[in-house]
Design a protein. Structure first.
Length: 428
């Protein structure tokens, strides 16, 4: 046992990509520490775009420079899809697949063996189950992510994520409830349910359950949890229970992030999406009818193959018509092996310009929405001491300090950049 002067090393995390990666990263930190692999520097990669893969590779090199005496463990979607690329990097000591990274046996082996197999990446399509990561907490964070689903059965023409995550598989509802209960008992005020294709949750479980039923079950069985969110959803698959939760459950936060991808019907068809423009507009209209204060985020792709200027304008106009407040804009980049990579491409300069125009449209939409929030009272979960996130997930900057981890009331006074400025209501 190490003495107090020489405590054992603590695993270092460098996380890329989605909220699911964030949840899994915390699980890996605990697995590595418990196995005695505290010297590991874990780079949890992303493969959603070609640029995400490049950033992940740059980070591996950066971590080697920062931590020359530690083991660099590369994992995540980019490592799963392109293991050879990372295995060829002299900075990487171990490359783990997405299934291997969440297995205690993997980390036990790393804790006892500094040699062994350097690349441990199996066929992700052979994985049939997803085990919950039973975490007691997320360190100093006030918000925690709980994985409820992994993988995807759909095959959008631009996407490689199913090849990094495998087919859709769900965590049983009871295990989800138990994880949320533990996190709430540990002091977390807010939990985010996350997955790769959230609205497919439950299709592989007995009775073909739906995500809305899981949301209502968590809220019913964990009354001590103050705030619940869900990560990105496919609006065309939103079920009746999810809509009822939005309308009736105050603890279910009024913010939905939508996997829309585009605003033009022909482009959506070529993407092999399952919704059209009118479907998206009907969905946001119904959500606002049920919960007038709901705010929407969305993923949009700029410059998808065959996108003309007219179809780009349809993408831009969707931001206004749907009232999208928080945009994630992705300039299209071809992913090898996907059908879209074989379609007639858009010029790179045009892609960059269109992405910039989408971001500018998103900034205008946020400004218009934010100006409409002036004078409204919000409840925010404090992160740090001078700000946090409102129910709408808007970033709030407070006029004075507040206790981290507390939920406090404030009145919106204005905006600054992508944040709302607010004065804390009442108290000293």
């Amino acid at each position: 046992m190490a003495d107090g002067a020489n405590p054992p090393p603590v695993p270092i995390l460098s996380n890329h990509g989605c909220r699911l990666n964030a949840a899994e990263a915390e699980g890996m930190r605990k697995l590595a520490a418990d196995a005695g692999a505290g010297d590991a520097v874990i780079v949890n990669t992303c493969a959603v775009t070609a640029e995400a893969v490049r950033k992940s590779a740059r980070d591996v090199r950066r971590m080697r420079k920062l931590h020359p005496g530690r083991r660099i463990v590369v994992t995540g979607c980019a490592a799963q899809i392109e293991p050879g690329r990372f295995a060829a990097m002299p900075e990487a000591d171990v490359v783990l697949g997405n299934a291997e990274k969440m297995r205690p046996a993997t980390w036990d082996a790393l804790g006892t063996d500094r040699g062994g197999e350097r690349v441990r990446v199996a066929d992700i399509m052979d994985v049939r189950e997803t085990a919950p990561q039973l975490l007691e907490g997320f360190g100093a964070r006030t918000r925690a992510f709980v994985q409820v689903q992994n993988g995807c059965d759909h095959r959008c023409t631009f996407c490689v994520i199913p090849f990094g995550r495998g087919n859709s598989r769900s965590v049983p509802a009871g295990a989800v409830v138990e994880q949320v209960r533990r996190l709430a008992a540990g002091g977390h005020r807010e939990v985010v349910l996350t997955g790769v294709d959230m609205t497919s949750w439950g299709a592989d479980l007995p009775g073909r359950q739906r995500i809305g039923g899981l949301v209502r079950r968590v809220l019913k069985l964990v009354p001590e949890l103050e705030r619940l969110r869900i990560s990105s959803i496919d609006s065309i698959e939103a079920d009746a229970d999810l809509m009822r939760a939005l309308a009736e459950e105050e603890r279910f936060m009024p913010h939905l992030h939508l996997s829309l991808q585009h605003g033009d019907d022909l482009i959506l068809k070529r993407m092999k999406r399952r919704h059209g423009r009118k479907d998206a507009l009907r969905f946001v209209e119904e959500c606002r009818r049920l919960r007038p204060d709901v705010a929407f985020g969305a993923d949009l792709i700029a410059g998808f193959p065959t996108e003309t200027e007219a179809r780009h304008r349809a993408n831009l106009s969707l931001v206004r018509e749907a009232g999208l407040t928080f945009l994630h804009v992705f300039p299209y980049s071809p992913r090898p092996g996907t059908p879209a990579a074989r379609m007639p491409p858009v010029d790179g300069a045009a892609i960059r310009r269109r992405a910039a125009e989408l971001r500018a449209e998103g900034a205008r939409a946020f400004a218009a929405w934010a100006d409409g929030q002036r004078g409204r009272r919000v409840r925010l979960l404090v992160e740090g001491t001078r700000g946090g996130r409102a129910e709408s997930f808007a970033e709030i900057r407070l006029d004075r300090d507040a206790p981290p981890g507390e939920i406090v009331e404030a009145v919106v006074a204005g905006r600054e950049g992508a944040a709302l400025l607010a004065c804390r209501a009442g108290g000293a």
